[in-house]
Design a protein around this ligand. Structure first.
Ligand SMILES: NC(=O)c1ccc[n+]([C@@H]2O[C@H](COP(=O)([O-])OP(=O)(O)OC[C@H]3O[C@@H](n4cnc5c(N)ncnc54)[C@H](OP(=O)(O)O)[C@@H]3O)[C@@H](O)[C@H]2O)c1
Length: 362
């Protein structure tokens, strides 16, 4: 199972909207096949592990093999496993996909295959959090990220924020950008920084770029903005009231423009997250700025927080890392669960889970 988990980790985020799964086939005490899910539309991990044509054996798989359902594009893995004469299947986690949820295991057992569930469940669930949340709730998994001074400032009063943290912290952020499905920022950040919003782990442009998402209710992003000319796709969320000529100019510059309701505080985040789900987005790396992170926390949309903290102080003139989030009393502050703390060069990375959702581990 550890090898199956490693195979899954190797394709994390590259298979959306499908889950990243790993599978290992063992016969006579030897590993005879290893597989990980191919990008959307390609073979699943189980099919790849079975591709050697070996019959029988034990298959270790990080997520329940899929069962048939209408509209399915690949052979259901449970059927492929039965056809291959596999005698025993060890499954880490039951699938949260409502069209499968236990039916894959049932099908195997009906065919006389011995099935064991739960080995490696906690690790598989941690690895598959974005997929599990999206399938259980219909909403993407949101990671709030900010790079702040010790007193929680992400930019100077004039908007300048380059750079608050050092190279190691920025490299870590690029590694994260490289596996998520979308990077999200507000118009304040897009206008102040004119960012590229590309994933460049190790300084090189990643082959697969996350969808860039800008929240821009008043239609202020320039069609000349740097991010519009970068590899990968850009989605600009705006309001119904935004200027039609501006929308056309953005579409001409290659952006997809999506309209959401705009209440006084900003664009309706439920609608935006729904629109991103429809586009197959499982995970969102929300980079700010403060206003957008505040709204995301206030709406209960944030599942995980990554705070890169520099050993510096800016004072109250700077921009707050998280804007108004609806916290009235100290006791109501949003606390992180299962925290980890790392030192990255001179900076600290504090991260943990937030929000109401946690994966169910059987
Ligand atoms: N150090 C860091 O990690 C970091 C990261 C990012 C940004 N920054 C800095 O942060 C500063 C920008 O932060 P900011 O707080 O001023 O701006 P922001 O959060 O980037 O953008 C805020 C704007 O987004 C739009 N928006 C649309 N829907 C929204 C919603 N539901 N909730 C909130 N905003 C929504 C609003 O403009 P409309 O009304 O036009 O829609 C709002 O004014 C810049 O100086 C940037 O350099 C630092």
């Amino acid at each position: 199972m550890q090898r199956a988990l490693a195979a899954s980790r190797g394709v994390r985020g590259r298979t959306s909207p499908n889950p990243w799964v790993g599978a290992v086939l063992v016969r006579g005490g030897r590993v005879v096949g290893t597989g990980a899910t191919a990008p959307d539309g390609g073979p699943h991990a189980e099919a790849r592990a079975l591709a050697g044509g070996q019959r029988g054996g034990t298959l270790y798989v990080t997520l329940e093999p899929c069962a048939p359902f209408p509209g399915k594009r690949t052979q259901p893995c449970a059927e492929a496993i039965i056809e291959a004469g596999v005698e025993r299947v060890v499954v880490a986690l039951i699938d949260a996909e409502p069209r499968v949820q236990g039916r894959g295991v049932e099908l195997l057992r009906e065919a006389g295959v011995e099935v064991e569930v739960g080995d490696g469940a906690a690790e598989a669930a941690a690895l598959l959090r974005p997929y599990l949340k999206q399938r259980e709730t219909g909403r993407p998994y949101v990671i709030a990220k900010f790079a702040a001074t010790l007193d929680g400032r992400i930019a100077a009063a004039g908007g300048d924020s380059q750079w608050i943290t050092g190279e190691a912290a920025r490299e870590r952020a690029h590694e994260q950008r490289a596996w998520v499905d979308a990077i999200l920022v507000g118009s304040g950040t897009a206008l102040a920084d004119d960012p590229a919003l590309t994933a460049r782990p190790g300084g090189a442009m990643a082959g697969r770029q996350p969808l860039r998402v800008v929240l821009d209710g008043r239609g202020r992003l320039s069609p000349e903005a740097r991010l519009l000319g970068k590899p990968g796709r850009t989605l600009v969320a705006t309001s119904h009231e935004a200027d039609a000529g501006w929308k056309a100019a953005l579409a001409e510059a290659g952006a997809q423009v999506v309209e959401c309701e705009h209440d006084g505080a900003g664009l309706n985040l439920d609608q935006l997250l729904g629109a991103l789900t429809e586009r197959g987005v499982l995970s969102i790396w929300a980079e700010g700025g403060g206003a957008v992170l505040g709204s995301l926390f206030e709406g209960g949309h944030v599942d995980e927080a990554w705070a890169f903290l520099a050993p510096s102080v800016m004072g109250g003139d700077g921009v707050a890392a998280v804007g108004p989030a609806g916290v009235a009393r100290a006791a109501d502050a949003i606390r992180l669960r299962e925290r980890t703390v790392e030192l990255l060069g001179e900076d600290l990375l504090v991260r943990g889970y937030t929000g109401d959702w946690s994966p169910r581990v059987q």
